[in-house]
Design a protein around this ligand. Structure first.
Ligand code: FEO
Length: 401
């Protein structure tokens, strides 16, 4: 495939990954795929910005060579060291030995640790500019979006922000590279949220700091390392990231995530009453069986919606293990400030509800109500659960936006 022009003299030279099953070895992308977007700037000096995971190296190099010979690359800007961006670096060094790597100070240390590269490396400072001829690169340190060494690069004349992980999403590109070519932006926005929560959400404050830092920069194109290149609506991904980052400290959208697990159907029966109670409201409700949907997708809903209903049985005097795993992950990802309703069945001793509270209260979740029942839910239990759920939904609906 040939390189695709983003702006005069600026080309997309990325690759799509449709066979990795788990991004970072953790997060499912088997259905959705992911793109590793890299960019080539052709000028008196040629620069490559961001690279790719070490897959499809031939395809990656072919695209570059459709614009300039590999041996004519003068600079390689490494905005971020994570190997989904740098996997091809060792091979690239062999075919473009004269290229100078431009990287942040912390990035240079990681470069040595990951690839044993310390020659032909130039540390660029925060705010530093570098002329390529007609084009000028400006480097912005954006630590922790996603790793501490991460930076973004801005091309001044064409007003393109190469934002690396920032404003990125899962989702391989389906022919359409740009937002204005894409007929299914909803898919990328949905995958952008999941990517945000899975990868970046723990660093929401640094995300807000980076957005603040870039606030006065005129931006025509947001060119992230993953997902669509935004040239018709460059401020859409920035707005979405800001909104999601704010959920780390402020209330998120009105809505309910109902996540449950059930061993023999008793907690599930109770869940159906809860769902009936919730449905009296107009709130959007997302329902997940914790054993059937990967945590990656449930986390996205937990992050976005203000209300959480957890239904889980007691298992050996403790919490049903898949729910324990999910809530521990919610702790790691700092999913904070929710309103919660908890219910579940127990056989001979309780324990699940106590454990759920132990896990969620440190995250600032306010547990509004709980209901635990022995064995199968009685008609009274079902009635009570339905009423609790209706009241829970009303409480969320009556809150300020
Ligand atoms: Fe796209 Fe932090 O890796």
């Amino acid at each position: 495939m040939k390189a695709i022009e983003v702006k005069p003299g600026i080309y997309w030279v990325g690759v799509n990954d449709r066979f990795t099953q788990l991004f970072e070895g953790l997060w499912p992308i088997g259905e959705e795929g992911v793109s590793y977007n890299a960019y080539l700037l052709k000028d008196e000096k040629n620069a490559l910005i961001d690279l790719a995971k070490s897959i499809k190296v031939d395809e990656f190099f072919e695209q570059i060579e459709s614009v300039v010979p590999l041996s004519k690359i003068d600079y390689v800007v490494v905005n971020h060291m994570e190997p989904d961006h740098t996997g091809v670096l060792s091979v690239l060094k062999k075919v473009a030995p004269n290229a100078t790597i431009l990287i942040s100070d912390r990035g240079a240390k990681m470069l040595k640790a990951f690839y044993q590269i310390d020659q032909n490396v130039k540390i660029v400072k925060d705010g530093e500019q570098l002329s390529l001829g007609k084009k000028t690169l400006k480097f912005f340190y954006t630590p922790l979006v996603h790793w501490p060494e991460t930076m973004m690069t801005y091309e001044v004349s064409e007003r393109v922000l190469f934002s690396c992980d920032g404003f990125g999403s899962y989702g391989a590109l389906k022919g359409a590279i740009f937002d204005d070519e894409c007929e299914d932006k909803e898919f990328y926005l949905k995958e952008m949220l999941r990517y945000y929560v899975n990868i970046v959400a723990s660093f929401s404050r640094p995300v807000l700091r980076a957005i603040e830092r870039l606030a006065n920069l005129p931006i025509d194109v947001v060119a992230p390392s993953h997902g669509l290149v935004w040239r018709a609506e460059p401020h859409t991904p920035i707005r979405m990231y800001r909104e999601w980052a704010e959920y780390a400290e402020k209330p998120s959208k009105k809505g309910v995530t109902l996540v449950y697990g059930s061993m023999y159907g008793n907690t599930e029966r109770a869940m159906n009453s809860v769902l009936r109670g919730l449905s009296k409201s107009r709130l959007p409700i997302s329902l997940f069986n914790v054993t059937q949907t990967h945590h990656s997708y449930i986390l996205a809903s937990l992050w976005e919606k203000r209300g959480v209903v957890i239904g889980a049985p007691t298992y050996e005097a403790a919490l049903f293990p898949p729910m324990e795993d999910l809530l521990r992950l919610a702790q790691i990802k700092h999913v904070k400030n929710k309103l919660a309703l908890i219910f579940g069945s127990y056989g001979w001793s309780g324990g699940a509800i106590k454990r759920i509270k132990e896990l969620v209260e440190p995250l600032g979740w306010k547990v509004v109500d709980v209901h635990e029942f022995n064995g199968a839910p009685t008609e009274n239990d079902l009635e009570k659960l339905q009423q609790m759920a209706t009241q829970f939904a009303q409480q969320i609906e009556s809150e300020p936006e």
